[in-house]
Unconditional design. Structure first.
Length: 169
């Protein structure tokens, strides 16, 4: 028997109705956290990701799927690949998969390094409506959630990425 917990303001009657903008009183940890398009609807993304970190057990897996490009009026935010890379770096998450996806026509590209997204942009290989899937493993041992610093400002990106940051605006 495995226990599943869902948080969804418009979900089934069994789903917890919790405003993820504020700290939650969920006092348990899970082996697997799945966010398939919730965070972009939560204005306080700091609290959303802090809660995600807190309720994922050490060594647990977090799956995040959120919009990257397009999705006009879908939510408050679209998330760039640097968000995931820098979130993982700040919190010592192991990036298991970061994938760029499009729905129509279906397309999946695993992003093995930061520079790939720049190469795709320069090759005009980014679609109008795209998502990013990030699968990250939380480090063993408890730790406080840390806000990431964007890699460009933290000087952790390659020269190619720094040039792209300036040139691809």
């Amino acid at each position: 028997y495995r226990k599943f917990t869902a948080i969804d303001l418009h979900g089934t009657p069994d789903a917890l109705k919790i405003d993820l903008n504020a700290p939650t009183d969920i006092d348990e940890q899970f082996d697997l956290l799945i966010n398939l398009g919730t965070a972009e609807h939560v204005f306080n993304v700091w609290e959303f990701f802090r809660t995600s970190h807190r309720v994922t057990r050490p060594g647990g897996i977090m799956v995040h799927m959120m919009p990257f490009l397009g999705w006009l009026e879908h939510g408050f935010y679209n998330f760039n690949p640097t968000f995931y890379w820098d979130l993982a770096l700040a919190n010592r998450y192991q990036m298991l998969v970061l994938a760029y996806t499009e729905l129509n026509p279906p397309k999946v590209v695993q992003l093995l390094r930061r520079e790939q997204i720049v190469e795709m942009a320069r090759d005009d290989a980014l679609g109008k409506n795209a998502n990013l899937y990030a699968v990250m493993k939380k480090a063993d041992g408890e730790s406080e959630f840390r806000a990431p610093m964007q890699g460009f400002y933290g000087s952790v990106v390659s020269d190619e990425m720094a040039r792209a940051w300036r040139d691809l605006r």
